[in-house]
Structure formats: C-alpha cells, structure tokens
Ligand binder design. Structure first.
Ligand code: NAD
Length: 384
C-alpha cells in the first residue's frame, strides 16, 4: 500500500476483515506500506499490521514478495505509481479519480493492458448492498424505462474560510475540486445504474478564492497557524445536466458548501414502473416505489437491505443487523480477490476510470465553452 491516512486506514481495515467474512481463493497479506516520513510510516505499519515498511514507493514495486499495489495517495501520484507497478507485473487497486488528466488515465490503462495485470478503481459506494440491490431491480426491469436520475453529493467541510489550503484544493495535485473528488462517485453510480453518458453541460464555482497555508492534513481535516495565504484554483461546487445514451435525463450537484451535509451522497431514479432512492448516510436502506402497487397503498417503502438475498449482505449479520461505510470497501476488495484468482479485472476497473475521466473532462470543457459537450468526443482511443 502506498499512503496510509484516510483511505489507507479504510483499505487496510478492509483487507484485514475480508477473510473473516468471505471465502476467497486468494487472501490479502499486509506485507508492506510505503510513506515518505520514516517515523510516520513505521508507526502506521505497526498500528495497521503491515509486516514491513518502505520510505519510497519505488522500493515496494521492486520487491518480489509484493503481488498487489494499492494506491491511496493524492491524485497527482496515481499515474506514475500505477504505470511503474504495471510494468513490474503487479496487480493494482487505485483510488479515484484515476488521474489528473484523461491523457494520464489512458497511459495507466495502456500499461495495465500491456502488462496483463488485474486492475480496479476504488468506487466503493456501488458496493453498498442497497445499491447492488438497486442495480438488480433495474436489470430485472422492475423500474421499467428509466426517465430520470438526480444525484447530489453534498459536503460542508471547507465552509469555514479559515479552513487551510489542503491538497484537495490545489489543481496541480487534485485535478479538480468537488467535481473530481465527489461528483466522480455520483458519475460512477450513474454509469453503474443507468448507463453511459451522451452529453453534459455544467457550471462550477469557487466561493473562497484563497486560504491559509496548511501545517498538516489528512483526509478531510487539517491544521494551520499560518498567516500566509494560497490561491484556491479548483471548484468548491459543481452542477451539471446529463443526457444519457438511453434517453434518460440526469441532474447532478456536488458541493463542499452545503452546510449541515457531512457526506450527503444521494440519488433518486424514476422509471416508467417505479422509483428508487438511496442516501449514503442511511446506506442500509433503499426506498422503493412500484407503480403497480394496490391503489391506496402506493408510496415509497423502505427496505433494509440486510437480508440473505441482498447482494453481499448475507456474509455479515442476521437480517436487520446493519453494516457501515467500511463494508463497502470489504465488498469491493472481495471482488478484487476473486478477479486475481480468476484472472479478470472486475468493474469498476481502469476502463471505468477512463469513462469517468472522460465525463469529468467533458463537464470542465462545457463550463469553459458555456455549452453542451458530447462525452465521446473526449475519447482518446476508440476501442477502449
Ligand atoms: N473511495 C473513496 O470514497 C475516497 C475517499 C477519500 C479519498 N479518496 C481518494 O483516496 C486518495 C487519498 O486520499 P486520502 O483522503 O486518503 O488522502 P490523505 O491526505 O488522508 O492521505 C494521503 C496519503 O498519501 C501520502 N502521500 C502523498 N504523496 C505521497 C508520495 N509521493 N509517496 C508516498 N505517500 C504519499 C500522504 O503522506 C498520506 O499518507 C485520493 O486519490 C482521494 O481522491 C477516495
């Protein structure tokens, strides 16, 4: 694993717990973690249960006892690490978004294909049992023809203008702001549940244009005593409209300025025969409405997706004994372990990463040109 803070903790936890719940032909072994600060990485290795540590990720990639490289570092490092890992024949799990640019995402995809390694991108939210169940309902035609998807990803962690300038607010490290960081998850959800995007038009805003230099940061927290200010050159908020290839309409909003919303990753989908709603902060539940329910009894019903026949849920607890955020990662990594033993790259993989990056790029282009942008026109290589 390269990096060991927010996602480092989430991924490590998942690797540790996975064999406890799922029987896989291959099992993760926490062999080594890499970080640049020796004291920090040594402490992380001890606390998280890695056998060894390295202070340069390149050492990790050179080692013969490592089969899988897990990239949980900021976005500007993903391409270099993933390409080197692929060239060394290592399987890869990479955090989202795949890269800073579509060109880098394409280079990463070319490298994993050329070297025939297994690859996945960590869009973990699609692995909530309720979301997997939503997919099953849609596939079975229970919602009929899909007309609408509206998705919001609402956070509020940078609303204080004194909140420091962390890596997520610097274009050269992160690529884009709320768009690449959180709308990317809604885009993955939309591609998973509704289908491919045809065209998009968007708007973006940066409300706070400069912030104090950060002294330290990790995940969504940071400290600063500094009076020195730095420019914020990414979006605080993004919104966009989508026309899907299947004719459905999409309305999306991602912001870090929606006060009171800590991690409001939500969607509603309406079809000719029914509707579904999901909210990450109530992630075990799926609200479902069927138009053919008896008159007088019609309305959204709330299903707690913890039963044996809800995907992944049977591996955990008896019905009604809920699971949480960390289990989305366990479920994703179970797919990764299966992929490694069977020799395929389960979705979402780097191809999904490229599709996602094409959409992010098209939205940025639409903001620049103040118009609609066809997503396929962003495509660098036709057959990927
Ligand atoms: N799937 C999700 O829901 C989700 C949630 C949060 C973050 N992420 C993604 O995970 C990645 C990491 O985000 P985070 O919140 O864990 O960040 P973080 O700031 O908490 O941790 C980043 C880690 O990377 C290390 N690092 C930075 N540059 C490095 C380098 N060159 N070599 C080695 N280590 C380096 C830092 O020291 C730190 O340990 C990002 O790509 C982010 O978009 C995904």
């Amino acid at each position: 694993m390269v990096g060991y803070k927010f996602m480092g903790k989430a991924h490590t936890h998942a690797y540790r717990d996975l064999p406890f719940y799922f029987d896989c032909d291959v099992e993760p072994v926490l062999q080594a973690v890499a970080g640049r600060d020796e004291e920090g990485v040594k402490e992380a290795a001890e606390k998280m249960g890695f056998a060894t540590y390295e202070t340069d990720w390149r050492r990790l990639i050179e080692r013969d006892d490592i089969d899988l490289i897990d990239i949980v570092t900021p976005n500007n490092t993903h391409a270099e690490i993933a390409i080197a890992a692929a060239e060394a024949g290592k399987h890869i799990l990479c955090e989202k978004p795949l890269a800073l640019t579509l060109e880098d995402a394409q280079r990463m995809y070319n490298a994993v294909k050329k070297n025939n390694v297994i690859h996945m991108i960590c869009h973990n939210y699609r692995f909530a049992p309720a979301v997997q169940f939503a997919k099953k309902l849609i596939q079975e035609g229970r919602l009929g023809k899909i007309y609408h998807m509206r998705a919001t990803y609402l956070q509020d962690w940078i609303m204080d203008p004194k909140f420091p300038s962390v890596w997520r607010l610097k274009k050269e490290v992160t690529g884009s702001g709320a768009l690449g960081d959180i709308a990317a998850h809604s885009i993955d959800m939309a591609r998973f549940l509704v289908g491919e995007f045809e065209e998009v038009t968007g708007m973006m805003e940066t409300f706070i244009k400069e912030r104090p230099v950060a002294d330290s940061s990790g995940g969504l927290s940071a400290k600063s005593e500094s009076t020195e200010m730095e420019e914020v050159d990414v979006d605080d908020a993004s919104a966009f409209l989508v026309r899907f290839e299947n004719g459905a309409m999409g309305v999306f909003e991602a912001t870090r300025f929606a006060g009171g919303n800590r991690n409001g990753n939500r969607f509603e989908i309406n079809g000719s025969k029914g509707s579904i709603r999901w909210d990450m902060e109530q992630m075990n539940n799926l609200e479902v409405y069927f138009a053919d329910d008896e008159e007088g009894l019609q309305g959204f019903r709330n299903i707690t997706c913890t039963e044996e026949h809800h995907p992944f849920a049977g591996a955990y607890w008896p019905a009604g004994h809920i699971i949480g955020y960390e289990h989305t990662f366990i479920n994703l990594m179970t797919e990764l372990m299966k992929g490694i033993s069977e020799g395929n790259s389960p979705a979402p993989n780097f191809e999904d990463g490229i599709r996602n990056q094409e959409i992010l790029t098209a939205i940025e282009k639409s903001v620049e040109t103040r118009g609609w942008v066809n997503v396929k026109q962003m495509r660098l290589v036709e057959n990927v």
